[in-house]
Design a protein around this ligand. Structure first.
Ligand code: SAM
Length: 214
């Protein structure tokens, strides 16, 4: 994703503290209280401009959603999207690193992890940065309940192949694999910004659902 410096980003984020949670480490173990209910919590790591997480929150009001994005200049677009959707009560954003999820969540507090069009990091020496690398899978496993699930979409064949192998070697169960999601056109599919862009070019979208096995 191309990053344009936005000098106003930090101030905009602070002004929208009802959307981008400030000091999220203070909410560890307390997310149900923040949302005011015990509904399941699904997170998306690498939310980008927020179309998916906002669409999911509107589609599923009985699920709580948190979108996680590292860069201020990107998360401001997600904030604008949330505001345009009239700020669904079941949605928050965190401006944090997905590698540090354990600073913000207790074991069992998250019910599902979504990864959408994660950066592919094609060079072998950068494999550890891929969000489906074993080091990230072990973080998700420590936070999800037993048999917790990861749902992953990408246009990148190399990253998809890597992820299948990584999850298989980790001992996860693959519950669903599609090599052309849009050929199946599931009714409730919420498209991400990247998904719209790549599918418009005729590229296949790969999708999987995997589950930790106890
Ligand atoms: N999910 C969006 C979509 O499908 O349109 C954005 C995809 S974009 C290629 C990947 C996003 O993940 C970028 O916005 C990037 O800043 C974010 N990202 C990458 N690594 C991250 C990390 N460790 N923690 C949080 N966000 C991350």
């Amino acid at each position: 994703m191309r990053l344009r410096h936005k000098p106003w980003a930090e101030e905009f984020i602070t002004e929208n503290a009802h959307i981008v949670v400030p000091n999220p480490e203070e909410q560890k173990g307390k997310w149900a209280a923040l949302f005011g209910n015990d509904n399941p919590l699904h997170i998306e790591v690498g939310t980008g401009k927020g179309q998916f997480i906002t669409g999911m929150a509107l589609q599923n009001p009985d699920i709580n959603y948190i979108g996680i994005e590292l860069f201020p200049s990107v998360i401001v677009c997600a904030v604008e999207k949330v505001l345009a959707a009239e700020t669904p009560k079941n949605l928050r954003l965190l401006k944090v690193d997905g590698a540090e999820l354990e600073n913000y969540f207790e074991k069992g507090e998250i019910d599902r992890v979504y990864l959408n069009f994660s950066d592919p990091w094609p060079k072998k020496r950068h494999a550890k940065r891929r969000l489906t690398h074993a080091s990230f899978l072990s973080i998700y496993e420590r936070l999800l309940p037993d048999n917790g699930e990861i749902h992953f979409k990408t246009d990148n064949r190399g990253l998809f192949e890597f992820s299948l192998v990584s999850m298989n070697e980790y001992g996860m169960k693959l519950k669903y694999v599609s090599l052309d999601l849009h050929a199946e056109m599931p009714e409730n599919n919420i498209m991400t910004e990247y998904e719209e862009k790549f599918s418009a070019k005729g590229q296949p979208i790969y999708r999987l659902e995997s589950q930790f096995v106890t």
